[in-house]
Ligand binder design. Structure first.
Ligand SMILES: NC(=O)c1ccc[n+]([C@@H]2O[C@H](COP(=O)([O-])OP(=O)(O)OC[C@H]3O[C@@H](n4cnc5c(N)ncnc54)[C@H](OP(=O)(O)O)[C@@H]3O)[C@@H](O)[C@H]2O)c1
Length: 273
């Protein structure tokens, strides 16, 4: 595989790429502008660095400025792409913040080729009868309402290029209910509904493809919070899934045929194109 510029400084990605089911060209995302939410940590930080390594300009949306700055600094040092940081708490997305985000993206990039809704709140795992109402609201705000607000706000920029992609991050507990996963599970069922509805609405025009991707168990802080007794070494690193994310985000170029819009995908079981 021809190494993308950032790959030398990213040994975990290079190691994972040896087992990828799809090998993108080094410039697969060159010239593409992609928003990643939750870009400071976990799967979002890995996706942001990976996308930039393959040439994308990444808009890093997240809650903790220092974490976003660390990802931004890595991208600056290791790629030729133009990243930007947008610190924002998705629990408190007001009109002013949304307008500022839209205008910043529009002024800097003019159009968007991708939006990865990745940030999520896990919340407690307790029976519904004992679920704290304020926690329910916080999880639904972060996992359901924020992706709706961001999609609505950025829609005109995503609708400009001939091909763009929205990835909604799913979960196994949002496809098959599991007791005690509370608002997180319900929010992920809503994610599937949002994804299917948006795919149906945009299919005719054919410019925006919409997917729901379940990363499956992945070695992150959230996974550790959900399964504190698990040995993290037994769970794949996020870099292992990045072939699927790159494949979807690069658009239908060359001989690339993408899955039908609205597809539900499983990163861990994906067999490649
Ligand atoms: N890891 C797994 O095994 C697994 C399995 C299935 C699905 N998923 C899904 O994959 C996605 C990524 O999960 P992960 O494991 O990478 O989680 P993670 O390590 O906890 O990272 C989540 C990211 O979301 C950000 N975030 C949370 N609440 C936010 C808010 N209110 N405003 C802005 N940013 C916020 C966090 O910011 P801070 O760092 O500032 O807190 C963090 O950067 C989630 O949608 C999750 O549901 C994960």
């Amino acid at each position: 595989m021809k190494q993308p510029k950032g790959a030398k400084a990213y040994p975990e990605l290079t190691a994972a790429a040896a087992h990828w089911r799809y090998t993108p060209p080094a410039d697969a995302l060159t010239g593409r502008n992609l928003v990643v939410t939750g870009a400071g940590d976990g799967i979002g930080a890995v996706a942001a660095k990976t996308f930039a390594s393959f040439g994308a300009n990444v808009i890093l949306v997240g809650r903790t400025r220092e974490k976003l700055e660390a990802v931004f600094d890595w991208i600056e040092a290791n790629t030729d792409t133009q990243a930007v940081i947008v610190p924002c708490d998705l629990e408190h997305l007001g009109e002013d913040a949304l307008t500022a985000l839209h205008d910043a993206v529009s002024d800097t990039y003019g159009q968007l080729h991708g939006l990865l809704h990745n940030a999520s709140r896990l919340g407690p795992r307790v029976p519904l009868a004992h679920y704290a109402t304020d926690e329910w609201m916080r999880v639904m705000q972060t996992n359901v309402n924020a992706p709706f607000l961001l999609t609505k706000t950025l829609f005109d920029l995503l609708d400009k290029p001939s091909h763009s992609c929205i990835i909604n991050t799913a979960s196994g507990v949002g496809r098959q209910a599991r007791a005690y996963w509370g608002a997180y599970a319900v929010s992920k069922f809503a994610t599937e509904g949002f994804s299917a509805l948006l795919a149906d609405e945009t299919e005719h025009a054919g410019r925006i493809k919409v997917y729901s991707v379940n990363p499956g168990g992945t070695r992150t802080r959230m996974r550790n919070a959900a399964y504190p007794n698990e040995d993290p070494a037994t769970v794949p690193a996020a870099e292992a899934h990045m072939d699927l994310y790159l494949y979807l985000m690069q658009g239908p170029t060359g001989d690339i045929t993408l899955p039908p819009t609205g597809s539900q995908l499983e990163a861990r079981n994906w067999q490649g194109p």
